[in-house]
Ligand binder design. Sequence first.
Ligand code: ZN
Length: 219
Amino acid sequence: MMKITILAAYSFLLLMTLDLDTVLARELYWEKNHIELSGLTEAQVLGLETTINQLCSLEPGKLKINKKMYDRLSRFEELFGFPFNGKDLSHWLLTKIQSISYQNTWTVAVNQNQGSFMVGDFFFTKTTPLERLYALIHEARHSDDDGYEHVKCPKGFKFISSRQPEMDLEKEAACDPNDQGAYSFQAAFLFELFAYGIFDQGEAGLLYNSSILRVVPFK
Ligand SMILES: [Zn+2]
């Protein structure tokens, strides 16, 4: 009888420990920012946490481009309201998210209704770490004000979506009518990565170019 009781108590303790481990394994920022996670596997939550932790660890360091060009083209501080650094940026991102759920979508990520993020297989399996970072920043901007919805790209638009080759941008709401929307935020972030040589400078530069050309000065 005694043995069984001890065994039961031991099993209970073991269960408690396992449970605590699971809870402790999650990053505290989800709870702190009241972000609800749903339909995601543990591996997918871990994937999201890796992305956010990576964002948090970004530091500018030394400029790897001409200072005059940096001053001319950098818009990060103007748009985000603080100088480029991963700590403030990850905080900025987390405050724009209300929930993240798993749902397969045609795009990398979607932000509906001011902070309801949806991510699917494409986000977890078909993107590079850099793409996951700028995709989240892009979506986060859709949480602000009226959501900064995209508009159709202009007739005769000459550019392509290299990651979504089936998409004809002339027919898609995949451009911004002014320089305050999600593509501007995405581009401003990519520009800092390019300027400071974080990640692959060439990749960041190409992605900056293809992001900034979605910002169309519509008349
Ligand atoms: Zn968007």
